[in-house]
Design a protein around this ligand. Structure first.
Ligand code: 13P
Length: 335
């Protein structure tokens, strides 16, 4: 087993998943505004440190994706945040893209940027303790989208990013997110997501990326949030698994979903149903942002010094998702 494969498997072994705490300062400010907490560096750190020192970090959270600000911050005990994460039994990672900008040639679509100077930034993050990285490409669905141009150019960027990350001895998380926003059907989502993922792997192979040393972070197959025709959770699970089987090479060790705007319970339930029917060798788990943090953030905002109470809420959510990653969750375990 290569070293990168060992890291990828370790992050997702035994039902463990990833905490996506890599919101940019702008996004984190929106989240904090939503619960009436001022978005200062101290408050952003306090909330995140509260999560990173919770007991579920050793049993459930195999990896944490950090943002540039956080990886350089010190905890209240004066150790660096990556050290705190390692001490808690988890693995630190870092978001390295610099965000999605309008794609020239298609004003309604986006291309993710951040390749310039990436090799140097990766060396710095590695020194700071990162063992894995994340890059998110984003696609929307409508009649003419995602266009061939957006599918091709985002796949190219994801592949160049992945090759550089592996060159620097870290595991790239490859995140092509087909957004839930829109009126499209689940079938449209299935078709477009399959096309997007297939093109990503075509480029990853062209760029000589070791597929055993990556984690794929896709969306689940869902009907658009404005679609009139919804499908059952069981249908979501079936279509999602079918899509992955058709488009992900078997060498890939692990797949960790984003939650993408699903509610906490919905994203847990869907993950559980997928694992109940998983007949592949892929480890299938979670890499959730909102679906792991929403309740904890709400609870914390009522009293930002209530560390233990906030950790309890977070521990519960992480535990539920870790059960779901093994197909062992049921609704009556929710409190
Ligand atoms: P959500 O789970 O909130 O979609 O966030 C995951 C993520 O990392 C988006 O890039």
């Amino acid at each position: 087993m290569s070293e990168l494969n060992t890291i990828a498997v370790k992050i997702l072994e035994k039902g463990k998943g990833i905490l996506a705490a890599d919101e940019s300062t702008g996004t984190m400010t929106k989240r904090l505004d939503g619960v009436n907490v001022p978005s200062t560096p101290e408050n952003r750190l306090l909330f995140r440190e509260t999560l990173f020192s919770a007991s579920c970090m050793s049993e459930c959270i195999g990896g944490v994706i950090l943002y540039d600000e956080t990886i350089k911050q010190e905890s209240s005990k004066r150790n660096k945040i990556p050290e705190l994460i390692l001490e808690m039994g988890s693995i630190p990672g870092i978001k390295v893209d610099t965000g999605a900008k309008i794609l020239a040639g298609s004003t309604n679509e986006k291309i993710t940027e951040g390749l310039d100077g990436l090799r140097e930034r990766l060396k710095e993050y590695y020194k700071l303790g990162a063992k894995f990285t994340k890059w998110r490409g984003v696609y929307n669905i409508s009649e003419n989208y995602p266009s061939k141009l957006s599918i091709q150019s985002n796949a190219h960027a994801l592949a160049r990013y992945s090759a550089l990350v592996q060159e620097n001895d870290m595991v790239p998380i490859v995140e092509p997110e087909v957004l839930m926003e829109g009126e499209h059907s689940a079938n449209d989502c299935f078709e477009k997501t399959s096309e997007v993922i297939k093109k990503c792997f075509e480029e990853l192979i062209l760029h000589k990326v070791d597929l055993k040393g990556i984690i794929l972070k896709p969306n689940m197959i869902l009907a658009g949030n404005k679609s009139k025709v919804k499908i059952s959770n069981k249908e979501v699970a079936k279509l999602t698994l079918k899509c992955l089987k058709n488009s992900v090479p078997t060498e890939v060790p692990g797949i960790a979903f984003l939650s993408g705007g699903q509610s906490e319970i919905e994203s847990t339930e869907n993950l559980d149903l997928i694992n109940k029917i998983n007949d592949t060798d892929f480890i299938i788990s979670y890499s959730y942002g909102r679906a792991l943090q929403q309740s904890a953030l709400k609870f914390w905002s009522r009293d930002i010094d209530n560390i233990e109470g906030t950790q309890e809420v977070f521990n519960h959510r992480a535990k539920m998702n870790t059960l779901a990653a093994q197909g062992n969750w049921s609704k009556d375990l929710e409190i």
